[in-house]
Write a protein that binds this ligand. Structure first.
Ligand code: NI
Ligand code: MN
Length: 226
């Protein structure tokens, strides 16, 4: 399968004849190489309701008749916007036709800001475990470090982990390096950095903190074969 990184927390997976997009923040994402008109996701996985993760989900899903998978409250909100959804909750897994999805904890917020200066709370933010073509990919979403990452890694051997390193809103590089260790991930790719001034980081310094051969910085648009 082909797994590519598209700036901020956007990850695209092409496997089992499907295109799966995670946290499709395209408009307003100064780092991404994607265009809403060009991406045709069959499935969209959303970690939480913040604008830099929910992104262009509604437009993409309506245009492409994509299935959107998210926590139950966020899925319900999206369903009300006319999107085809599948709601889940943390700790639950479901076998879809393209692969298996399980939501994991993430310590973060999930408020969506409206034009009327209101915040709509959209359930528990999550991480995502996607098992597809026999490999398990972990997208941590936005989260601080927590010790149950060890439990996640013990229960689900992780082939590839996408971990936020931006600091301020999520783990910084040191905590993310510790997370990589307790997750026991075979390969780790940093995400959620350099999009905005408060999350400026050098991803190469992060990779140097990891055990030899584990970390890989993916340039925007770069793909790896898994
Ligand atoms: Ni967030
Ligand atoms: Mn974020």
């Amino acid at each position: 399968m082909k797994v590519s990184y598209h700036g901020h927390s956007v990850v695209k997976i092409e496997a089992n004849g499907k295109t799966i997009l995670m946290d499709p923040f395209i408009n307003g994402n100064g780092l991404t190489d994607l265009k809403v008109e060009d991406v045709k996701p069959d499935v969209i996985l959303v970690t939480h309701g913040h604008g830099d993760h929910l992104g262009d989900t509604i437009e993409l899903a309506k245009k492409n008749n994509s299935l959107v998978i998210a926590n139950f409250e966020l899925a319900t909100y999206l369903e009300w916007q006319g999107v085809n959804t599948h709601g889940m909750s943390i700790g639950g897994a479901y076998e879809f036709d393209f692969g298996k999805v399980k939501l994991t904890p993430a310590f973060h917020g999930t408020g969506l800001e409206t034009e009327n200066n209101e915040i709509i709370y959209l359930g528990m933010p999550a991480g995502i475990l996607l098992t597809i073509e026999g490999k398990t990919i972990y997208h941590a979403g936005d989260t601080g470090l927590f010790s149950d990452m060890k439990l996640i890694g013990d229960r689900h051997p992780i082939d590839l982990a996408f971990l936020p390193i931006g600091d301020n809103f999520t783990m910084g590089p040191e905590d993310a390096a510790y997370a990589a260790k307790i997750l026991g991930a075979k390969k780790v790719v940093p995400i959620h950095f350099n999009t905005f001034p408060p999350i400026k980081q050098d991803p190469h310094l992060f990779v140097q903190m990891l055990d030899e051969g584990i970390g890989q910085v993916l340039e925007v648009g770069e793909a790896i074969e898994l």
